[in-house]
Design a protein around this ligand. Structure first.
Ligand code: SF4
Ligand code: MG
Length: 336
């Protein structure tokens, strides 16, 4: 597979009256063409900030990319000017959010909203853009497309609005779609339909997708690879199978035990992860999960665990991988 995006050693901070919040602290990951990468973690772990950095949509100031590079299609977006970014956003990289109502324009017909990007980025005539808008509405599975393009967002249900958002995002045929909690506001049945739609469209259009979510359950069937973030760092990454069937980090174990899976055949008891993530004004020097980890050892609080490779694509940052560490029972692999 060809590499589309490579994020290297990304550091993002927010300057506040109380001090510097180190929201993203040295993140590395990549996305290949036609691949879906999920970025998973609790709220405040830096996953949305990472996504916004790729679009250069973090408010600057107070936000700033302190360090690192974001190589997209061979070029470093960190070095791009606002003007250069304008030609990337919506055309090469599109984004969809949790609540389509906040990103849809309530006073503009859905068709017009799809046409805007086409006229701006693709130099289409109004007539061509309208035809394409109808085609896109049909593509995302909204019935009566010719009638629907003439309607306003409030005439759409929640699920249909999210479909319309996807139609807008994909109209210009972007290379990368970033979806930040795209199904969180929807009920479970509609959630599954939207995820199926995204998977189907990806197969058809070969778009790369970054799916941001707090809920590992939603990515099981759609992500090729998963990175798990905690307190501004990636603590484990691997293929979907690695993360679901052979996870190695205690935080990943906690995530898997605390979320229901959409396709759950097993009605296991859900166990919440107790405690709070650390303060990112003064992040811990050791493992950021130490204060909440049932397996924490003295070394964990003092030294940051370097990366251990488990298999080809599977990496983890945890002292339990050290040869001198006690062997603990993996609750996902061996059962609780
Ligand atoms: Fe727990 Fe230590 Fe591993 Fe961190 S490094 S997850 S504290 S065992
Ligand atoms: Mg978020």
């Amino acid at each position: 597979r060809d590499r589309l995006l490579e994020v290297k050693d990304l550091h993002v901070s927010f300057d506040t009256y109380a001090g510097e919040v180190k929201a993203v602290r040295g993140v590395d990951f990549h996305v290949d063409k036609g691949e879906t990468l999920a970025i998973v973690g609790e709220s405040g772990c830096g996953k949305s900030v990472t996504a916004q950095s790729i679009m250069k949509l973090i408010p600057m100031p107070p936000g700033r990319i302190k360090k690192g590079s974001i190589i997209f299609d061979g070029k470093d977006l960190v070095k791009f000017t606002d003007k250069q970014m304008e030609s990337v956003r919506g055309r090469e990289i599109s984004m969809i959010f949790q609540d389509p109502m906040t990103s849809l324009n309530p006073t503009m017909k859905i068709g017009k909203q799809i046409m805007e990007g086409l006229i701006k980025h693709q130099n289409m005539t109004k007539k061509e853009a309208k035809e394409r808008a109808i085609e896109m509405i049909k593509l995302v599975g909204i019935p009566n497309p010719a009638k629907r393009v003439e309607q306003y967002p409030h005439e759409f249900s929640g699920g249909m609005r999210q479909r319309a958002m996807i139609a807008i995002a994909l109209a210009c045929n972007p290379k990368l779609l970033i979806a930040d909690e795209p199904t969180t506001a929807l009920d479970v049945t509609i959630q599954a339909q939207i995820l199926d739609l995204m998977k189907e469209l990806q197969n058809r259009l070969n778009t790369s997708i970054i799916m941001i979510t707090h809920d590992l359950g939603v990515v099981a069937n759609i992500a090729h690879r998963i990175v798990v973030m905690y307190a501004g760092k990636i603590i484990e990454s691997g293929t979907s199978d690695d993360i679901f069937f052979n996870p190695q980090h205690p935080y990943t174990w906690g995530l898997l035990q605390s979320v229901p899976r959409l396709d759950a055949a097993n009605k296991e008891k859900l166990v919440p992860i107790l405690g709070q993530p650390p303060d990112l004004f003064k992040p811990p020097v050791g493992c950021p999960f130490a204060a909440r980890c049932d397996y924490a050892m003295p070394v964990c609080k003092e030294y940051y665990p370097e990366k251990t490779q488990i298999s080809e694509k599977h990496h983890v940052h945890c002292w339990l991988q050290h040869e001198m560490a006690p062997k603990v029972k993996n609750p996902i692999v061996e059962g609780r």
